[in-house]
Design a protein around this ligand. Structure first.
Ligand code: PFF
Ligand code: NA
Length: 436
């Protein structure tokens, strides 16, 4: 048997996780929620949930993967080996399916982003009816080519493996992403009227903290933004060496991911206000509002290019992580080479996504089903299996292995009861609210 691949070291691992975490959620959800749910006041529940709870989910997924040296299916199977290994493998398939589902629709959006990067590069926003254009492009066969391109680009990286593909590209993309966001933030903040946007984000509306929906959205954001689904961060953890520090890696991933969200908000919202537009959530923000801004802004050509390049990096680095999940599962379960496995996943993912390319209603339904049900179910399952079936004291030992500041005994009831309950609450609230 071949030796399992590993990261070259701590920095490579953290940057890969940061790349996985920072994605569309940071760009088109966070800034909008920040404004809509109380500005600076929203940061209170968000920080509590992301640093206090989501970080525990990251430690759990990293340590679960590392302790079993497998992705979710194999890891669940191992934990159940004395009881019922096939039940374990079956349960472990759910998180893998959930994350693969995210891959299927996410990669379509990566295709749109690639198209818009090229539009920016060719200065095509000028003289274009952008709202109309997006309506014609997304949900239409014209987007299929870009979908294919996104799959091929991601495949090219994943095929090269953990060190030469995933780690290497993230080591380039992540620092560049932060530099780009800082440059873009400076441009945005120096636009006339930008301060209105800063106020919108930062003037706290404490009354919003009295509304449960604020806390619900902060909780959903915290879990989704660090990719808790029981498979994505778990597979990256499975390539970790035993002497790496998991608690501090988890906290750094949360910190970088949060910084990226804040930076993106400071890029987007001030520019939106400077042009008297409405801050939006989701695709219209990226594909209509912002291109309209670049069209009108001084230096809009170059800043448009840099902006879409930064989104390409944010999205591709997440797509790579998403693709790695089914790829590892195929390699491990079917004994396929990385090359073959990558090719099969790419082809299957593309074909299953094809109907979504031409029907935005299906696209929405598919994305909702995956993110409301499958991903939160995966997160609950992984937490339950690791903390309850594997056992919380062994789990703590695994997390503490290689850590300079090990977690104390107090952490065990917190992980076993509080964290698992909260993961379940995320699932239930998502179903009740139709997505959080
Ligand atoms: N963390 C990603 C984002 O914020 O865009 C989304 C995500 C990826 C969620 C992978 C869940 C997952 F398993
Ligand atoms: Na994120």
């Amino acid at each position: 048997m071949n030796q399992r691949e590993t990261w070259t070291g701590r920095i490579g691992f953290i940057l890969a996780c940061v790349g996985a975490a920072i994605g569309l959620g940071n760009i088109w959800m966070f800034s909008w929620r920040l404004g809509a749910y109380g500005g600076a006041a929203f940061l209170v529940p968000y920080f509590i949930f992301v640093f206090g709870l989501a970080s525990t989910g990251l430690m759990e997924e990293f340590a679960f993967g590392r302790s079993q040296q497998k992705g979710a299916i194999g890891a669940f199977e191992n934990v159940f080996k004395d009881k019922n290994p096939s039940l374990g493998a079956t349960l472990g398939t759910l998180p893998v399916l959930g994350v693969s589902g995210v891959f299927i629709f996410y990669i379509i959006v990566v295709g749109w982003i690639l198209k818009y990067f090229v539009l920016a590069l060719t200065n095509s926003f000028v003289g274009m009816d952008i709202a109309n254009y997006f309506g014609q492009f997304a949900g239409n066969s014209a987007s299929i080519l870009w979908h294919a391109l996104a799959v091929i680009l991601t495949l090219a990286i994943v095929k090269l493996g953990v060190q030469k593909g995933i780690e290497k590209t993230n080591k380039f993309m992540m620092p560049t992403l932060f530099i780009l966001l800082i440059i873009l933030m400076i441009r945005s903040l120096t636009l006339g009227g930008a301060m209105e946007g800063v106020k919108f984000m930062l003037v706290p509306d404490w009354s919003k903290l009295l509304q449960p929906v604020t806390w619900v959205m902060a909780l959903g954001q915290a879990f989704f933004t660090v990719s808790l689904g029981g498979a994505a961060m778990l597979v990256y953890g499975s390539y970790l060496r035993k002497d790496e520090d998991i608690p501090s890696s988890a906290l750094q991933t949360v910190a970088f991911n949060t910084s990226a969200s804040l930076l993106a908000a400071f890029v987007i919202i001030p520019a939106v206000f400077a042009f008297g537009l409405d801050p939006q959530a989701g695709p219209p923000l990226l594909f209509i509002t912002l291109p309209n801004i670049f069209k009108a802004m001084p230096g809009g050509y170059i800043f448009g290019v840099l902006f879409f390049l930064s989104i390409v990096f944010a999205a591709i680095s997440s797509a790579v992580n998403l693709m790695e999940v089914p790829v590892e599962a195929m390699m491990d379960r079917l004994n396929l080479s990385r090359g073959k496995s990558t090719l099969i996943v790419a082809l299957l993912g593309f074909i299953i996504g094809l109907p979504l390319d031409t029907n935005m209603a299906w696209f929405g339904k598919f994305a909702d089903f995956v993110t409301i049900y499958l991903v939160p179910i995966g997160a609950v399952l992984a937490a339950f299996v690791f903390f309850w079936v594997y056992g919380v004291s062994k789990a703590r030992q695994e997390i503490n292995r290689g850590s300079s500041r090990p977690l104390g005994k107090w952490w065990e009831p917190f992980a076993k009861y509080v964290f698992v309950a909260v993961a379940l609450i995320v699932l239930i609230l998502g179903v009740v609210y139709g997505g959080i």
